[in-house]
Design a protein around this ligand. Structure first.
Ligand SMILES: N[C@H](CCC[C@H](N)C(=O)O)C(=O)O
Length: 277
């Protein structure tokens, strides 16, 4: 099976052309391929195939085999992948995901790719749409959750996938390996959740670290960066555009007047190969 290895700020993915490869068990393939000792190694597996309602269809599987509704960093990688492999000559590309249609745009300067800007759609803010237990029509802004005998004030935002955002004074002091999985699997989140700890730097800059649902600590999370900006605005911490400083680098996110989130950042192809198992 041929694959291409990509990353968006160190959040790394194995891309497979679904129209060239026959896959019987996606979950098993994802855990095999994403294993960093016995496989290729990645945070996720992305299957790209021709779209019905969009230019392409993308399915995203976390390294634990679970299927994700949406993946921001992977959309940037898929956009470059389909363009640079001659699968399209469009530079604004529609991708069908379980979370809806997502539209990345390749931005060039003097014929050199400068960045990939993605229309990530609208945030979902009610418990029903996160999803989160409790009153379905209620928003979750700065609500206390007790975990491990500590209280965490949570803001919940969905970008098609669930995010639990917590503001702290120093993200480096958070033991993400311990608290991340406890919040990820908390009973308040019936489909589990991604977990972001955020330190506000100024009104246009935040530092964020992430424990991802189904993947653990990653270097960056695109949907998490968008959810972080929404939570930062809702809590009065930032303006509607900000630099989200992640372990793997910076994402530039804006929450537009049209209520759409726009995320801009890099996408890098590292190597190609053939999986033999
Ligand atoms: N682990 C996430 C999917 C990948 C999201 C992240 N890598 C991104 O860039 O948005 C979930 O299960 O919702």
């Amino acid at each position: 099976m041929e694959f291409s290895k990509w990353h968006g700020l160190g959040n790394d993915f194995i891309l497979v052309n679904g129209s060239k490869e026959t896959i019987s068990n996606y979950q098993q393939l994802a855990t095999q391929l994403c294993n960093r000792h016995f496989g290729v190694g990645a945070d996720g597996l992305v299957i790209v195939s021709p779209g019905d309602s969009a230019d392409f269809n993308m399915r995203i599987f976390n390294s634990d085999g679970s299927e994700a509704d949406m993946c921001g960093n992977a959309t940037r990688c898929v956009a470059r992948y389909v363009y640079e492999n001659g699968m399209t000559d469009k530079t604004t590309i529609t991708l069908s995901t379980l979370a809806g249609i997502i539209t990345p745009e390749l931005l060039f300067r003097d014929a050199v790719l400068e960045t990939v800007k993605v229309d990530m759609g609208e945030p979902r803010l009610t418990r029903k749409k996160i999803p989160m237990t409790g009153n379905p029509d209620e928003q979750v802004i700065n609500i206390p959750i007790t975990v491990n005998n500590s209280v965490y004030n949570v803001t919940a935002v969905s970008m098609g996938n669930p995010h639990c955002i917590i503001f702290v004074d120093d993200v480096e002091s958070i033991n993400l390996t311990v608290i991340g999985p406890l919040l990820e699997t908390h009973s308040f989140f019936p489909r589990k959740t991604n977990v972001e700890f955020v330190q506000v730097i100024d009104r246009n800059t935040v530092r964020m670290r992430v424990w991802e649902r189904g993947a653990g600590i990653t270097q960056a999370c695109g949907t998490g960066a968008c959810a972080t900006l929404v939570a930062s605005v809702l809590n009065g911490h930032t303006e509607r555009q900000a630099v989200i400083k992640l372990d793997g680098g910076d994402l530039y996110v804006e929450w537009g007047a049209d209520n759409h989130l726009s995320m801009s950042g890099p996408a890098v192809e590292v190597f190609r190969g053939k999986f033999l198992l």
